[in-house]
Design a protein around this ligand. Structure first.
Ligand code: FAD
Length: 415
């Protein structure tokens, strides 16, 4: 690949000008891309459909792979209340331990800690870093209530819902699982997002509340403890967040037993209100301590969301358009890698576009980005799917075929 000539210069001796890059979607992927690309010297416009007045989410995992990249970016997760994961335990529904792992030992091997952070804290800090005067490069321009309706990959034009058009050298589609920009990738029109068969209740409670009750203390008495309670076709994952003051719950269960109606399947709404009696019904076979713990959920903030999946796209790039994060590869949450893979995409894309990147090398650079990311993200996505399958269904989980894709996890056996 020849990256030496370009058309963003008027003569061969002149330095190329920075690129005008429009990023569609300011979630964790879009904001990370804005930071990494501004650090390379480019001019960034971020378009976000929402108003960010009520940013949502419970906690997300920052496994060592994502953690290292955030630190390189300049974001220190512990300053945002991230909690170091020290131990992972898997228990059966009646409380017996299946296995446990020392995550601190893994972190030494993987060079960075595994941390648990509130999505809202991470998102706020990424937003600050993308748009602040501090830091390397020019601040990104963040436009809220700017819904992208269409993109023209050949011309580099983004159209907003009011009809306004924005001309760009490069368009980054970071608009999540229901991506509009993805529709301009050849072959994407035939690829549908579908329900994975599972849904998840998620909520947070004060950790102290679980600690104060003798019956539920075991869920809150060790620092940095991730606990999975594993039924055959349903599980719950409990872990601390926000300087260990909160406990985060992800309660994964069959969608057929969820309160999500079949006509809503595939919508993947983050805002669906959960009902406490339904949650308790789903876990009624679990030991009383689990039910007592779940009954501490505050119904006003209980959410239920369907876990979505999608077949692989044939490619992530077309003309001046490139996809990152969930727009390219929606993740099931079973390995806590949705945010991590979006951050890896963002970092890789920026590596392909140093400040002296010439426009006529764009296509080769985008192909190289895809080459670096496609196989890895697809393999980790598959790992996540397999590790989320029902206990005892199919052959035992063999993590060894994924060892080339180190993402800060040791192998464990769910079968
Ligand atoms: P997303 O995080 O989905 O971000 C996409 C962004 O694009 C959103 O801000 C969206 O408003 C914007 N957008 C979409 N369409 C358009 C458009 N047409 N024009 C302009 N902007 C558009 N993961 C967890 O593990 N735990 C959680 O609790 C959790 N909560 C979440 C809450 C919300 C509201 C969202 C959006 C995501 C949540 N996730 C959560 C998912 C997780 O953040 C993502 O899976 C992962 O970080 C990949 O990020 P992404 O940037 O690719 O996509």
């Amino acid at each position: 690949m020849d990256f030496t000539n370009g058309s963003n210069t008027s003569s061969n001796d002149e330095n190329p000008r920075p690129l005008n890059i429009t990023i569609c979607g300011a979630g964790i992927g879009g904001l990370s891309a804005a930071i990494f690309l501004r650090q390379q010297g480019h001019s960034i416009t971020l378009l976000e459909q929402s108003r960010f007045t009520d940013e949502l989410g419970a906690a997300v995992h920052l496994a060592p792979n994502a953690n290292g990249l955030l630190r390189r970016m300049g974001l220190i997760p512990e300053a945002q209340g991230a909690v170091k994961a020290l131990k992972l335990s898997a228990w059966l529904p009646h409380g017996k331990e299946m296995f446990s792992m020392d995550l601190e030992a893994s972190a030494v091997r993987w060079q960075h800690p595994w941390q648990l952070v509130h999505r809202v804290s991470l998102h706020s800090e990424l937003k600050r870093m993308a748009t602040s005067e501090e830091g390397k490069g020019k601040p990104a321009v963040l436009r809220l209530r700017a819904r992208v309706m269409d993109v023209d990959p050949k011309e580099g034009v983004v159209t907003l819902d009011g009809g306004e058009t924005i001309q760009s050298d490069l368009i980054v589609g970071a608009d999540g699982v229901h991506s509009k920009t993805r529709m301009q990738i050849p072959g994407a029109q035939n690829i549908k997002v579908f329900g994975s068969g599972k849904s998840a209740y998620r909520f947070l409670i004060p950790r102290q509340r679980a600690f104060d009750e003798p019956e539920t203390r075991k869920f809150a008495d060790k620092e940095g403890h991730i606990i999975m309670v594993m039924g055959r076709d349903r599980r719950l994952v409990v872990y601390p967040a926000s300087d260990s003051t909160l406990l985060n719950f992800v309660c994964i269960h069959p969608t057929s037993e969820s309160q999500i109606q079949s006509e809503e399947s595939g919508s993947g709404d983050w805002q669906n209100q959960g009902k406490l009696d339904k949650l308790l019904e789903v876990y009624k076979e679990f030991e009383p301590a689990v039910l007592k713990l779940l009954s501490m959920a505050d119904e006003d903030t209980l959410k239920v969301w369907e876990l979505l999946d999608m077949e692989q796209l044939p490619t992530w790039t077309e003309g001046k358009l490139v996809l990152i994060g969930d727009a390219a590869h929606p993740f099931t949450p079973h390995q806590g890698q949705g945010a991590g893979q979006a951050i890896e995409d963002a970092a890789s894309l920026a590596v392909m576009f140093p400040s002296n990147a010439r426009l006529d090398t764009m296509s080769d650079r985008l192909k190289l980005y895809e080459k670096c990311r496609y196989e890895r993200a697809s393999a980790i996505q598959e790992y996540s799917r397999i590790s989320g399958k029902d206990l005892g269904s199919g052959p035992p989980f063999d993590g060894s075929k994924f060892t080339d894709y180190n993402f800060g996890h040791d192998e464990w056996n769910y079968s």
